[in-house]
Design a protein around this ligand. Sequence first.
Ligand code: URP
Ligand code: ZN
Ligand code: ZN
Length: 484
Amino acid sequence: MSGAERADSDSDTDRREREPMSVLIQNGRIVTAVDDYFADIIIEGETITRIGRDLGVTADEIIDAKGKLVFPGGIDPHTHMDMPFGGTTSADDFESGTIAAAHGGTTTIIDFAIQTKGESTLSALDTWHAKAEGKATIDYGFHMIVTDMPDSRLPEMARLRDAGITSYKLFMAYPGVLYVDDGTLYRAFRQAGEDGTRICMHAENGIVIDEIVKAAVRDKKLAPRWHAHTRPTRMEAEGVHRAIAIAEVANVPLYIVHLSCSDALEEVKRGRARGVDVVAETCPQYLFLDDSYYDKEGFEGAKYVMTPALREKWNQDALWQGLRFRYLETIATDHCPFCFKEQKELGKDDFSKIPNGAPGVENRMALIYHGGVGQGRISLNRFVELTSTAAAKAFGLFPKKGTIAVGSDADLVIFDPERRETISASNAVTHHMKVDYSTYEGFEVKGYPETVLSRGRVIVRDTKLETRGGGQFIKRAGHGELLR
Ligand code: URP
Ligand code: ZN
Ligand code: ZN
């Protein structure tokens, strides 16, 4: 940032040893999910301590945010760092993935710990703590992916809640891998509801989809485009319908992940209309890309093999409408990167062997600002709500995260609404993910995060990494509770 200054002297060094570092962000336009005003922000240590005009104070560091928007740090509640999947492991670990997230204006991720069948969920949590600890540059939490939940294991769920894991993900998709049957769904849903926690659902009828996939492979329909042809939107809608019905009976708050299409959205609308506590997330890939990407030259379509698949373009309007009218509550990335070379190539001769997932953690804020606010689809406040506040509220991070307020963590993004970038794997500003392609190659955006603070530390300054590491695990609060 051109206006950033440092006030440095020997006496300052002595003082810093006694007092927490202070930062003053001046002249910015502060935007939260509900507010929009000009004011200065004082940060002491990790926390916002004052907000106001003409505060008449100085600080160890002064950042001039004139002409910039100041947002709460982005929260991406759906990432997969260092995830074993599809015969390989996602290309970003917690080090590279959180650095990329930081560059994109995201200061908290919620990733997924995975219980393997027969394993204790508590030991799965230990495994994921070991993957992230000491590596992350931004703060992180975990959802627990449950693959096995007999009655005897149900008491583990209260222990997970006490350890700050207050949400679960279960899969109707991927039979033989992450899939669980309806009985397991119901048991886990009931217990999660009793414990005051939330269920996240990958809602697609994987059993039927597997039959369609098998038939396609048998018929030698093996190119990447068959990934989309074999995953009909109706099978996602059926999954959403079933998840909502089970959550309704089990009395648990439900969160549908990566909702991709109008058919599925209609089921969310129906559930909400009858009073079920269900919210849904969509992702930039479903708002900006469509199934024509599978028809790219050669094997290029493999870059877009993700689940759910990209849909016919007309679905995008329905999703934007859903965001605007609050049927969709959050925008996450489902960041699950696999390199085109060697990883996506595992499915060169058979689309069903292509590892499912795509990169995006770095691009979310700029894409949604550009396509949402810039193109008049959503307001600035709604932008903040969709990229930060709503996830904080849904997943027990609010008000420590997800807003700009006295007492909140100083997770802040200083965003230049005029800066233009072309997203590309070869653009050193937009690509820090450890993957050899960009899902949004060539997309031009207006508006970009320039300087990013995580609990008061400048981690990205003027689009360049300034601080590596220091991210902490966040023990999240339960459903409806505030995080202090
Ligand atoms: O294709 C995807 N989405 N890969 C990640 C796993 C999942 O289903 O979220
Ligand atoms: Zn999923
Ligand atoms: Zn996912």
